[in-house]
Write a protein that binds this ligand. Structure first.
Ligand code: ATP
Ligand code: MG
Length: 432
């Protein structure tokens, strides 16, 4: 089990690959200003990890011994945010550099000695600490290294560099305790393993298998954010496989897991896999993606099954899809909150699917002009990859978008035949 060493390893500048050229200019400004004012200032977390791996960091976080108010005193463009954990945000136009004061984990410190209660609510429970305290409250050893702006060395209290070189995701402390403290760490372990191609340390793996149910206690809003980080990481398919392997997926998408459990001919597994790989490809080539599409794909099979039941009860195809869509979404939001801006297009993508069958009359041109056409069409093409009977529809709609005069492809509407008069009935004259 990893605990902090009192004396950290210090990797000097010439023994690691982090260069200031790869650190954002604004982060460097903040680090230098803190240092010049006599404070300790370090780059920490994912930024250091990614730089050591030669990858481009998503963001740069800074840790310091200056208190939030002291940080604010140094920068004109600084705002303090967060009620429970006060963080300083230094603004440079649209770029924000986050500065956090070294914190200790609450369980290690005197119980809540800095907690202030207001009407029973915790409004501040910062427990400030030393850099060593700050290191051991972090999740994984590879996320707990500090780049010191004073001498450009890397300070490592938890043998993070060793794990980075060996490709291991290792929890700091006892995995069970750390997962109980914050079950989202289980999802983070999977995300980093997928993203970096690392293995998860066996102790943590055992804890993942045993404590996946703890995810049920996390707020649906936080889980939604984490699912997007997993599935929009550019390695969403790998994340999906690992989530299922560790039994975590069932706590995120129970309806989808159930459909996967009784799948036939590899459906919906291949369909979900295609959707995730498609999203990965788009992200890795800098194309836009929307959670609505992915969520629509993950829940498509449960939706179809429910719609089929409703169809058997006598509802029309479209109505059955609409009713099933509402039900499936209201069940899913108990696990992952889905903001309306995503659930509305999800339902549109679903209910537009039967409309791709119609190639006659005004219907195709009307569908083509629908604001959600593109997403619904992409979805239908995705379906066609695991359902041969849709291939022809997919080709026809692709062609319709490519030809100069799409109206010419559309089959004219059937003429409605003049009604036959019933024998013996007189023709009725309109009274005008
Ligand atoms: P990335 O930004 O690439 O997703 P990251 O490691 O930077 O990865 P962040 O969410 O930006 O992840 O968090 C920054 C750092 O804060 C982490 O590297 C880790 O040290 C710490 N951290 C984040 N979330 C937790 C958590 N749930 N428990 C403990 N430490 C955490
Ligand atoms: Mg980060």
């Amino acid at each position: 089990m990893v605990t902090a060493a009192n004396t950290p390893s210090v990797i000097p500048r010439d023994a690691h690959c982090i260069s200031r050229a790869n650190i954002s200019e604004n982060s460097l400004k903040v680090l230098y200003r803190l240092k010049d004012a006599g404070y300790q200032a370090y780059l920490v977390g994912g930024g250091v990890r990614d730089l050591l791996l030669g990858r481009e960091p998503k963001d740069f976080d800074i840790a310091t011994d200056a208190l939030p108010d002291q940080v604010r005193g140094l920068f004109r463009n600084c705002r303090l945010i967060g009620r429970r954990f006060r963080l300083a945000h230094v603004h440079f136009g649209r770029d924000i550099v986050e500065v956090a004061t070294f914190r200790a984990s609450i369980t290690d410190a005197e119980p809540h000695h800095d907690a202030i209660l207001e009407d029973g609510r915790i409004i501040r429970d910062n427990v400030y600490g030393s850099i060593e305290d700050d290191a051991i409250r972090r999740d994984f050893t590879i996320n707990a290294m500090y780049y010191d702006i004073r001498d450009f060395s890397v300070v490592d209290y938890t043998s993070g560099l060793q794990d980075l070189q060996a490709g291991v995701i290792r929890i700091i402390g006892d995995p069970e305790v750390r997962f109980r403290e914050d079950p989202v760490r289980m999802l983070r372990a999977v995300r980093f393993a997928a993203k970096l191609g690392f293995i998860i340390d066996p102790d943590a793996e055992t804890a993942l298998h045993n404590f996946s149910h703890l995810l049920a206690d996390i707020s649906a809003a936080r889980i939604f954010d984490e699912t997007l980080k997993l599935f929009h990481s550019g390695c969403g398919h790998k994340c999906f496989e690992l989530l299922r392997h560790y039994g975590l997926f069932a706590y995120l998408f129970p309806a989808a897991e159930e459909a996967l459990a009784h799948q036939q001919d590899n459906f919906p597994l291949t369909f979900i896999a295609h959707a995730l790989r498609n999203t990965d490809d788009r992200i890795n080539s800098d194309k836009s993606v929307t959670p609505a599409f992915l969520y629509a794909a993950l829940l498509w099979e449960p939706l179809r099954e429910r719609a089929a039941e409703l169809g058997e009860e006598g509802h029309s195809e479209v109505l059955a899809l609409q009713m099933a869509g509402r039900e499936i979404i209201s069940r899913q939001v108990k696990h992952t909150a889905i903001p309306k801006r995503f659930s509305v297009p999800m339902r549109e993508i679903w209910t537009m699917q039967p409309r791709f069958k119609y190639r006659r009359g005004k219907r195709p041109m009307r569908l083509l002009q629908h604001p959600r056409f593109r997403a619904a069409y992409d979805f239908m093409c995705l379906r066609s990859r695991s359902d041969d009977s849709l291939k022809e529809d997919c080709d026809w709609w692709t062609q319709l978008q490519e030809v100069e005069q799409p109206e010419k492809l559309v089959v004219p509407a059937k003429r409605s035949r003049p009604r036959r008069r019933k024998p013996g009935r007189k023709p009725q004259h309109k009274s005008t």
